[in-house]
Ligand binder design. Structure first.
Ligand SMILES: N[C@@H]1[C@@H](O)[C@H](O)[C@@H](COP(=O)(O)O)O[C@@H]1O
Length: 246
């Protein structure tokens, strides 16, 4: 695991964007796994700035998002579909037919999860998966206690995850209780993984990733079993690891 320490959120975002841009330039048909939440917003802003300035092309790039809330329509402001359009897709030259996000309003969400897993399987896992991290160590919506053998499935969100994500909704009651998420197995199929962390609220989860046991109690710890992971984290996110080193 390669760990890049950055000064702050801005420099985490810039470093992540520069890795992604290099990949897009060297592998025009790149398959890119994308994440949502507050953390990747800065990275997407850099990708958009770079595209506007240098015309980096996404014409042949395909994207696969990690997850989507169950019951939230793609046109809804709180959907991850909307988030991706707002922060990235509306501003780059990606083809709509190359964008993949699970449909949280499918009639049969279990069948939708299987369909989505089939898509990732058909490309043998994405080339590069971008990840954020939950304060409790979740990745995608794989909460503590989720089996490492899970593929794309319907997850029940932990209360702490719903509370953390309530800032994007008008009230806590509006935060969905379930999501379709790539499973740990699906994420581990990625050829390369880029995990971003910023802020001291992520310090415990990063400690679990870097120093803890590999355990389903801390889902992100499974990344130690993958041999091509880069973590970009700022001083605050790495603060507990530094204390341990002292
Ligand atoms: N499903 C997403 C995760 O993919 C994300 O990593 C996490 C952390 O979000 P934030 O970056 O806002 O802290 O939130 C959500 O639960």
């Amino acid at each position: 695991m390669r760990i890049i320490e950055a000064e702050n959120y801005q420099t985490v975002s810039e470093a992540a964007a520069s890795i992604i841009i290099d990949k897009v330039k060297t592998t025009p048909q790149l398959t890119l796994g994308l994440a949502t939440g507050g953390t990747p917003v800065g990275t997407y802003e850099w990708l958009v700035k770079d595209h506007q300035k240098y015309d980096t092309s996404y014409e042949h790039v395909s994207t696969y998002n990690l997850d989507e809330y169950v019951g939230i329509h793609p046109s809804d402001q709180q959907s991850y579909h909307h988030y991706m359009d707002k922060y990235l897709f509306n501003h780059i030259n990606i083809k709509r037919s190359h964008i993949h996000i699970p449909d949280g309003t499918a009639m049969d969400v279990q069948a939708e999860a299987s369909r989505y897993e089939g898509l990732i399987h058909s490309i043998n896992g994405v080339d590069l998966q971008l990840l954020g991290i939950g304060g409790n160590g979740h990745i995608g919506f794989n909460e503590p206690g989720t089996s490492f053998t899970k593929e794309t499935h319907i997850a029940t969100l932990a209360r702490s995850t719903r509370e953390a994500n309530a800032r994007f909704f008008s009230s806590m009651e509006k935060v969905p209780k379930q999501a379709i998420t790539m499973g740990i197995q699906t994420i581990l199929k990625s050829k390369e993984i880029l995990l971003l962390a910023s802020g001291e609220q992520k310090a415990g989860a990063l400690l679990g990733l870097i120093r803890g046991d590999i355990s389903e109690d801390c889902p992100v710890s499974v990344l130690r079993n993958h041999d091509h992971v880069t973590v970009i984290a700022d001083h605050a996110a790495l603060s507990l690891i530094k204390q341990k080193n002292m």
